[in-house]
Design a protein around this ligand. Structure first.
Ligand code: ZN
Length: 116
């Protein structure tokens, strides 16, 4: 019998690769606080999904790689969600993938909320 772990090894992307990709898309230059936009942040452990956790030195809020994204509240693992999204990649808008759309949408919503 094939175990779930061995199936995952074959079909699912590496969790750290997924998180690294997410960080590169979300914070191409430097990690910024989703609450006050400050770049004065420090790493502070990881979540149970192994996302990097940060502490904002300005507003003292705690956030992580997934805060405010579609991945934050989901029960599926990050590799499972990336696998599903990869299956949706053929549905692109103006050449932008669904995954990038999710991340860009998050950034735009966050910017609107910050400027209002
Ligand atoms: Zn902050």
């Amino acid at each position: 019998m094939v175990s779930r772990e061995s199936v995952n090894e074959v079909f699912l992307p590496d969790k750290e690769d997924c998180l690294e990709y997410l960080r590169e898309q979300r914070w191409p230059d430097e990690v910024t606080c989703p609450h006050c936009r400050s770049a004065d942040t420090i790493k502070k452990g990881t979540t149970r999904k192994d996302a990097q956790r940060y502490r904002c030195q300005d507003c003292e809020s705690i956030f992580n790689d997934l805060t405010g994204t579609v991945f934050a509240e989901h029960q599926l693992t990050i590799p499972e969600m990336f696998h599903i999204i990869r299956g949706m990649e053929e549905h692109t808008t103006n050449g932008i993938s669904y995954l990038c759309s999710c991340i860009i949408l998050y950034r735009e919503c966050n910017t609107l909320m910050m400027s209002s």
